[in-house]
Design a protein around this ligand. Sequence first.
Ligand SMILES: NC(=O)c1ccc[n+]([C@@H]2O[C@H](COP(=O)([O-])OP(=O)(O)OC[C@H]3O[C@@H](n4cnc5c(N)ncnc54)[C@H](OP(=O)(O)O)[C@@H]3O)[C@@H](O)[C@H]2O)c1
Length: 270
Amino acid sequence: MTSRVGTLTLVGCGAMGSALLRGWLNAEVAKEYWVVAPDRTAVQPFLEESNRVQWYANPEGLPEAVTTLVIALKPFVLSDVLPLYKSVITPESLVVSVATGKPLHFYKGILNHEVIRAMPNTPVSVNRGVIGLLAEDSARECWESQVEAVFGPLGLTTWVSSEDVLNQVTALSGSGPAYVFYMIEAMAAAGAKHGLSKEQAYEMALYTMAGTGVYALDSGTSARQLRESVTSPQGTTEQALKVLMANDGIGPLMEKAIEAAYERAKELAK
Ligand SMILES: NC(=O)c1ccc[n+]([C@@H]2O[C@H](COP(=O)([O-])OP(=O)(O)OC[C@H]3O[C@@H](n4cnc5c(N)ncnc54)[C@H](OP(=O)(O)O)[C@@H]3O)[C@@H](O)[C@H]2O)c1
């Protein structure tokens, strides 16, 4: 596979930064990765694995101006940290932030440079992520193909039209892996009630969730059709679905959960 971009600079190597880096390394997206992180230990596993990854404690140490900069920092540190990057970006640099909430004009106000917002989720680390994208029209025109080269190999990219819709992406797919993890936990706990060991029930729940996701993706058939095809009249699945699809079942609960995440994303924008 050929590398699609030259040097990719990543700021922050926590849960999301390391998931992105793992996905980029898997797909050989860049020739070289410069990772800026205060703590070398966060980057160490990647340094051991690939001679393409270099670690920098701060932006002053970077060898030259950056061509592609991806910021994976918590929103509350951005006001202090972003000004340090003014001297390493050029008018041609692609700058992407994956931080939750902060709107495009926030970045432009600090950097005096158009920034593209991306909302990935952690399955980018296995190149099966969802990445919502938002940019001003002029920035999208300028950098869309470069953004696709960087994020496309990580999963499904979806451009949205407003900050508000990106907050909905945050609530659905950005936070979504945690909902799925919790469903695995809940299925495992329920499955262990009648004789299966906790370990057996956990593995069965995990494989059921993972296998069903891959099966649904590969089949090209809607989830509804797939569900109906495995629900025989008067069978066991039908009995369980009566509970899950009741008025107090998963549908209304999921709506409430996603609404709560969406409200929080809006608060983080302030
Ligand atoms: N996690 C997700 O599933 C997810 C999904 C979508 C979007 N996001 C967004 O992604 C961003 C990062 O989230 P996260 O979960 O990865 O948080 P995280 O695990 O706390 O990672 C942030 C990392 O940035 C480091 N850092 C702090 N100051 C820095 C600086 N000046 N320069 C370079 N690195 C610095 C932190 O190091 P220390 O720990 O040493 O301070 C930490 O390792 C957030 O804005 C979040 O909203 C996350």
